[in-house]
Design a protein around this ligand. Structure first.
Ligand code: GTP
Ligand code: SPV
Ligand code: MN
Length: 588
């Protein structure tokens, strides 16, 4: 049954159905009754495994194909008319050639299957930030996940009305052949096409494909920003809440920081942390000249391994009902799930993420390192009261960060907006299991957007620089690194809830409340200004965490220069200058 009269929508669906040739087309209306039917169908097809209804009500396990467990950056394309507009950090192909190639692959790909039509909104439906999309998919897992991650159903068609202003997304599982897997964006056509994958980031098209790659392209045109950032609020004992955005690369701690539980000494004083978002922020300048952020998503697609009562109790609590787990361990005794570091009692009678009998003493991991949970944001005990606010929250600080064993200090502050943009542009981080490829090698990942920027990276930096004069009350920009290691390779900083201590310094700096030391990188905290009571961290260790190794940084500078050279003539002159200044002050 059609739920809209929008001709643009209906014509496009007809064309896509003519191409993919499904047996039937089903509109997702957003009702619980329809979703419940789909869960039942998903159980019949084996896509969904129902978990213990008493212990995990409304929860399901899904396994993706063993060759299909992470984003595929080498098969992700930005197809705009001019290759230069995609830039040197994106894969590119001419749109007409790519359409031709894809049309061949999609031809008849849904034969014998159902095509589901998912109308969805990124942002609160009808709010000034909201943007609408329609995803066509032949995967029930995608429908059920999109219903958690976005706002789905007829209200979106109502809000869209007759308008052609929606993002078209076509997803077909096809044969899941990795050789023919493509995640393709046509930013100039508001179109996304994904084929031969069933893994989250490749197929939940509202997420990285729309809310980052397409949205970053739109944001540049329309003077706003789409960023790979968490949003959190810190409420002080006086009841005032300040908001921070932070960009860390995939699997580098956004979900953890967004849901941080302050150490006891802070809780006693009355500090609280509120989660607004854990992965994506859309930022716009408000009428008051501040930068305002919304989380366009409605759920969390979070990394499971390492999530436990101690590291992230809020994330764990979020997954206790109406959650879909992907590629984790199935405990056959009580039909619950498990992953590495959930607790110290791995189930003895269990199936691993591949669905094979698994022996925890074998030394093999039971859950895939990039196994995830898809949980409704409203399950989160610390979800911000402003989560659904149509205008978002005002941002006091922007924080960049990555995984760096040696170079980056625990925290430093940039000198000003322009220097802050430079600090974001030179981010480097060790790769993780969130994307296919080697894990643990340092790569440049500017603003944590390397895999997600939908246009030329140099133009993206220019856009950041251009935003300066539009934001009268600019957030201050910082860089953090929770991942410095000692000579035995152990993390020096305790991280997780203890990161509150660094956030407190950041907010104090935003209020110009405390002094700092100037360094080649920017402002460093005075040792006594990071509150350490209640931790095992000594002030010697803190000095070590804040230390800048000049030799390593000079090597870093040449790595950055190499990267900048690759960006070529779109590199803003301001950033080249900043790099020169950094090198000179390191040599002093
Ligand atoms: P995406 O969803 O992939 O964008 O990732 P994310 O940035 O939300 O990552 P997440 O918070 O799920 O972090 C994943 C990994 O980082 C896990 O292995 C965590 O244990 C680890 N981690 C997070 N915060 C900290 C920290 O403060 N210190 C240390 N040492 N590890 C951390
Ligand atoms: C990431 O990889 O940054 C994620 C997970 O947040 S995915 O949606 O798969 O991209
Ligand atoms: Mn992410």
């Amino acid at each position: 049954m059609e739920c809209t009269k929008n001709k643009h929508v209906l014509d496009w669906i007809d064309q896509m159905a003519a191409l993919t040739k499904p047996d039937s087309v089903v509109f997702i209306d957003g009702s619980e009754a329809q979703l419940e039917e789909l869960r039942a169908t998903g159980m019949q097809t084996g896509e969904m495994i129902k978990l213990n209804e008493e212990k995990l009500p409304g929860c399901y396990l899904h396994r993706s194909d063993v060759t299909d467990v992470a984003r595929v950056e080498d098969r992700t394309f930005i197809c705009c008319k001019n290759e230069k507009d995609a830039g040197p950090t994106n894969n590119w192909m001419a749109p007409d050639l790519m359409y031709k190639k894809l049309n061949g692959l999609y031809d008849g790909a849904m034969k014998g299957r159902t095509m589901y039509v998912i109308p969805y909104s990124m942002g609160v439906v009808g709010s000034p930030f909201a943007k609408y999309g329609i995803e066509l998919t032949d995967s029930i897992y995608v429908v059920l996940s999109m219903a958690i991650m976005t706002r789905v159903g007829n209200t979106v068609f109502d809000a869209l009305g007759d308008s052609p202003d929606f993002i078209k997304g076509l997803h077909a599982k096809a044969t899941l052949d990795p050789e023919y897997r493509y995640i393709v964006h046509f930013p100039e056509d508001n179109t996304i096409m994904s084929i031969n994958s069933g893994y989250g980031g490749n197929v939940l098209l509202g997420k990285k494909c729309f809310a980052l790659r397409i949205a970053s392209f739109l944001g540049r045109k329309e003077m706003w920003m789409a960023e790979h950032m968490l949003i959190l609020g810190i409420e002080n004992p006086k009841g005032e809440t300040k908001y921070i955005c932070a960009a860390f690369p995939s699997a580098c701690g956004k979900t953890n920081l967004a849901m941080l539980v302050p150490p006891e000494c802070y809780r006693e004083k009355g500090f609280k942390v509120w989660c607004v978002g854990d992965d994506i922020a859309w930022l716009r300048v408000g009428p008051d000249g501040r930068l305002w952020a919304v989380n366009p998503e409605a759920g969390f697609f979070g990394v499971a391994p390492g999530t436990n009562k101690k590291s992230n109790p809020n994330a764990l609590a979020s997954t206790q009902k109406n959650t879909i787990f992907t590629n984790v361990v199935l405990n056959l005794d009580d039909n619950t799930v498990w992953w590495e570091d959930l607790d110290k009692n791995p189930p003895k009678n269990a199936l691993n993420w591949k669905g094979e009998k698994w022996d925890p003493s074998s030394g093999e991991k039971g859950a895939h390192p990039n196994s995830r949970f898809t949980a409704p944001a409203k399950n989160c005990p610390c979800i911000s009261p402003e989560f659904e606010s149509p205008s978002g929250v005002p941002i006091s600080a922007i924080v960049f960060g990555g995984r760096r064993a040696k170079t980056a200090p625990l925290v430093y502050q940039s000198k000003n907006w322009r220097h802050g943009v430079f600090v974001g542009s030179i981010m480097g981080s060790e790769t993780t299991a969130a994307a296919t490829g080697k894990v643990g090698v340092v790569r440049r990942d500017p603003m944590a957007m390397l895999p997600f920027c939908g246009y030329n990276m140099g133009d993206y930096w220019q856009h950041w620089l251009d935003m300066e004069e539009r934001i009268a009350n600019k957030p201050k920009i910082f860089n953090v690194n929770w991942f410095r290691t000692d000579e035995n390779g152990k993390f020096i900083w305790p991280g997780f809830g203890e990161n509150m201590r660094v956030l407190e310094w950041i907010l104090a700096r935003c209020e110009d409340g405390i002094g700092a030391k100037e360094s080649a990188l920017g402002y460093l905290p005075n040792i006594e200004d990071i509150y350490l009571e209640g931790t095992d961290v000594t002030s010697e260790q803190l000095s070590e965490l804040l230390n800048i190794d000049t030799a390593l940084w000079l090597e870093e500078v040449s790595g950055i220069r190499e990267f900048y050279d690759k960006i070529g003539d779109t590199l803003p002159a301001e950033l080249a200058e900043e790099l020169k200044e950094l090198e000179e002050s390191l040599k002093k």
